[in-house]
Design a protein around this ligand. Sequence first.
Ligand SMILES: Nc1ncnc2c1ncn2[C@@H]1O[C@H](COP(=O)(O)OP(=O)(O)OP(=O)(O)O)[C@@H](O)[C@H]1O
Ligand SMILES: [Mg+2]
Length: 308
Amino acid sequence: MPVVEIENLTKDFLVGFWRKRPVRALDHLSLQVEQGEIFGFLGPNGAGKSTTLKLLMHLLHPTSGEARILGEPVASVKMRSRIGFLPENPYFYDYLTPEELLTYAGRLLGIRKPGLSAKVRSLLETVGLADARAIQLRKFSKGMVQRIGIAQAIINDPEIVFLDEPMSGLDPLGRMEVRGIIHSLKSRGVTVFFSSHILPDVEALCDRVAILNKGKLLEIGALEEILKVRIEGHELILAGCSEENLKALRQSCKEARPMGDRLHIRISSREQMQSVLRYVIEEKLELISMNPIRPSLEEYFFQELKKQ
Ligand SMILES: Nc1ncnc2c1ncn2[C@@H]1O[C@H](COP(=O)(O)OP(=O)(O)OP(=O)(O)O)[C@@H](O)[C@H]1O
Ligand SMILES: [Mg+2]
């Protein structure tokens, strides 16, 4: 069941001195996000990711088109209590401590007192801010602000969480922790819709992705599917090869590189694969791994966006 439905969503901003010149930030975007999936929203700077999220959060009005969350129009106040949102550059009143901020956010959302303080404590643990709970936010680093932002986005146990660049400003450890949080949300059945240009995070997390460029949807689907279309061959790693084996394999494959006591082979056709595998079995060589060679998401981005 789709929990986010976007239909022909278009947003023009009026710019220039007289605010008369329209700039199209989002161009007839249509997509659906299914319940329980981790959905990645990808695209370079200015692609329209934040604009889409702001339209979904009803912080902007669309020029045309519409969107629904949990079956309700984005303007629905009732639906709002069932979702969470982390904006792109979260700003919080910075004389508060994380504990105060979360307590305040929890009360606004109608969470009752006895449960609330335990909830705040466990959230601070979850986002790695337990030791900083009594420090004013103005003394926080960017990564710490990002973490408190994630905590406030999930304080109401939302059914869907929208995160605009949740990994931005985080160090590698912080990114790992946020990945962990997103995974645990999914395991609890929460749908996660997040934008990012940190490709490894997207690769590690997402069930499906939408790729956006200049306001237009380029592609949507499982990342595997998007990249599988472009498989360029396979790489085999073998061990236990003698000089003779190496010679024989070099004859049938163009690329056979010894690295330490292992041999890396690139195979580009089905026939080649069959003959090499037959040889490996006959010669009792050890097959360490066999992987498709596909472009990384970075390469894909680079190739596709260059064409635009
Ligand atoms: N308030 C605004 N007024 C005018 N133009 C805007 C406004 N907000 C966004 N835009 C323009 O809309 C386009 C999309 O911007 P948006 O912030 O959605 O991109 P993004 O994909 O989130 O990029 P980033 O990765 O840099 O966050 C850009 O060309 C931007 O300049
Ligand atoms: Mg953005």
